[in-house]
Design a protein around this ligand. Structure first.
Ligand SMILES: C[C@@](CO)(OP(=O)(O)O)[C@H](O)COP(=O)(O)OP(=O)(O)OC[C@H]1O[C@@H](n2ccc(N)nc2=O)[C@H](O)[C@@H]1O
Ligand SMILES: Nc1ncnc2c1ncn2[C@@H]1O[C@H](COP(=O)(O)OP(=O)(O)O)[C@@H](O)[C@H]1O
Length: 290
């Protein structure tokens, strides 16, 4: 029997939620973009992307947060597909199904993660060489897209587009909590006041205790401006800080999602249950770093 050389009918890719474990602002470029020093990691929780062959490019969005994102050419997932197709020789199409499970404008890199997952999925569907370098294409879609394309824990520099992957990383339980207030990234950067910091030297991220100790000397420099725009960020941080077993409570990216790191998964699950009961309007997800 001849080998099956047909194209795959469906390719699925995860779009994990991104978490900024710390985020320091170290300067500003003439074009207004901020220079960052940070540590980014991904969670076992995220959106899901599925691509199937089609003549043209199209997208359909479902899932709990589908109503909050456009299902047209302004969706970053479809923009990524168009940019990739335009780079290739054959002008192929695909239908994209996006399951939107991550809250939108939430500091979890939702749109960037979707764009990165579409790039991974389509290069598989269209059988592009595995080593094709998509960094510049990803960077043209957004500062966060290259880190989402790499999809691994990394120190970040530049405007977030320069990555130094971490050699090893603990699979710590993490609780993600969003107070249900969308926060626009440009508005939060614009509202930020204060000086620049020097970039930190590299530090080890091999085990939970070492990582938590190193993170104690860091922060998210966008927290104060996010709190001014969305005071409920402060309430979420207070509740996470008070949760038994929470070793670090902090905002991710430009907010408003905050996270708690818990060495014990049982503590994270119990805190999630309590917060869901007491704050039914909040979005709460207990997951792990990966
Ligand atoms: C803040 C971060 C931290 O990881 O995450 P999110 O809160 O978006 O998840 C990112 O830097 C967001 O990256 P991303 O959302 O891809 O940004 P872009 O679309 O390129 O830029 C949106 C706007 O944010 C501001 N921006 C973004 C990145 C950066 N290093 N400096 C900036 O000042 C600029 O005003 C820019 O016009
Ligand atoms: N696939 C997508 N997922 C989320 N947001 C998207 C997407 N495509 C476009 N957007 C738009 O991008 C903006 C930022 O959303 P998102 O990427 O979730 O936030 P953040 O940058 O805070 O992580 C929103 O205003 C949203 O309408």
């Amino acid at each position: 029997m001849a080998a099956d050389v047909r194209r795959p009918r469906t390719v699925r890719e995860a779009a994990p939620a991104k978490v900024n474990l710390f985020l320091h602002l170290v300067g500003r470029r003439p074009d207004g973009y901020h220079l960052l020093d940070g540590l980014v990691a991904f969670t076992a929780f995220g959106d899901r992307v599925e691509v199937t062959p089609a003549d043209d490019l199209s997208i359909a969005v479902d899932g709990p947060f589908a109503a909050q994102v456009p299902a047209d050419g302004s969706n970053l997932a479809l923009k990524a597909a168009v940019a990739l197709r335009d780079l290739g020789p054959s002008g192929e199409g695909a239908h994209i199904r996006l399951e939107k499970r991550v809250p939108v404008a939430a500091g979890l890199g939702g749109g960037s993660g979707d764009a990165a997952a579409v790039l991974r999925a389509l290069t598989r569907l269209w059988r592009w060489p595995r080593d094709h370098d998509l960094h510049d294409l990803a960077a043209s879609l957004g500062a966060d897209v290259p880190m989402c394309l790499a999809g691994m824990p990394a120190r970040i520099a530049g405007i977030g587009d320069r990555l130094s992957p971490c050699a090893s990383f603990p699979s710590l339980p993490i609780l993600l909590v969003n107070p249900g207030v969308p926060l626009g990234t440009p508005e939060v950067f614009r509202a930020r006041k204060g000086d620049w910091r020097p970039a930190l030297p590299a530090f080890a991220t091999d085990d939970a205790d070492g990582l938590l100790a190193a993170l104690a000397d860091t922060r998210n420099d966008l927290t104060d401006s996010a709190r001014v725009l969305a005071p409920s960020v402060g309430t979420v941080l207070e509740r996470l800080t008070a949760a038994p077993g929470c070793r670090l409570a902090r905002m991710s990216g430009s907010g408003a999602t905050c996270f708690g790191l818990f060495p014990d998964a049982g503590d994270a699950t119990r805190a999630a249950r309590r917060l869901r009961r007491e704050q039914p309007g909040w979005w709460v997800a207990a997951t792990r770093l990966r």
